[in-house]
Design a protein around this ligand. Sequence first.
Ligand SMILES: [Zn+2]
Length: 271
Amino acid sequence: MKKFLGVCLFALSAFNVAQAHEDNLRLYTLDCGDIAVSDMDGFSSAGDYAKTSAKLGNTCYLIRHKNGDLLWDTGLPASLVNAKPMVNGVFSLSMQKTLVEQLKDIKVTPSDIEYLSLSHSHFDHVGQASSFASATWLVSDKEQKSMFANEKSSAQFSAFKDFKRKTFTGDYDVFGDGSVIILDLAGHTAGHSALQVNLKNTGTVLLSGDLYHQAKSRELKRVPRFNHDEKTTLKSMARFEKIAKETSARVVIQHETADIKKLPKLPKYLD
Ligand SMILES: [Zn+2]
């Protein structure tokens, strides 16, 4: 009997190992559009980007945890798909495929997704949020307050009015096990955040939000003119770099095409 029990326990633990492997946290990269900028002046308060142009990518991410799915950012509006690039000031915006269509390729539907969180509430990050209205929106108090600060901005974010939401201050541990953490890195907006994802094989990945828009902005510590607060941004950059160093993180700047190119394309993922 003892021997039988031993064999059973062995089989059970082997099963658990297999399960644990199956349950590895996964990070999928989603295409959230392209942003051509004819004059980058607004992206550096030092004035050194004036009259330079850039092609920025735009990415969103699906994090699959054994206890739920988190969608990080929702990109440009779905209306850009199959349309001419939309020109708005220095920006020319385009998109190939909606998030919903991309998720179909990995057999995920919007109703499967438990949590939605946005690095911040700018137009290139909130565009397709209304497709995920059944998710619980994880939002910092500071960002939420700024989004609904007045009638005009409240109207702009009316899609969020009916979301179930979980608000928090500071950092937020999404699944309560330290694997996925929303980092309070304010300054770009009042409640801007980045995402730390601790993967088993890849190690720590830091998704920058718009703390930086390009690798050179990270090198030079350039702060956009349109940021909510420059001093707070610089403090957040210092904190981000400390975390990156301590965790030997792979840093992904969400708009940096060089970083985006190196990420696995659907249906592939990092784990
Ligand atoms: Zn952005």
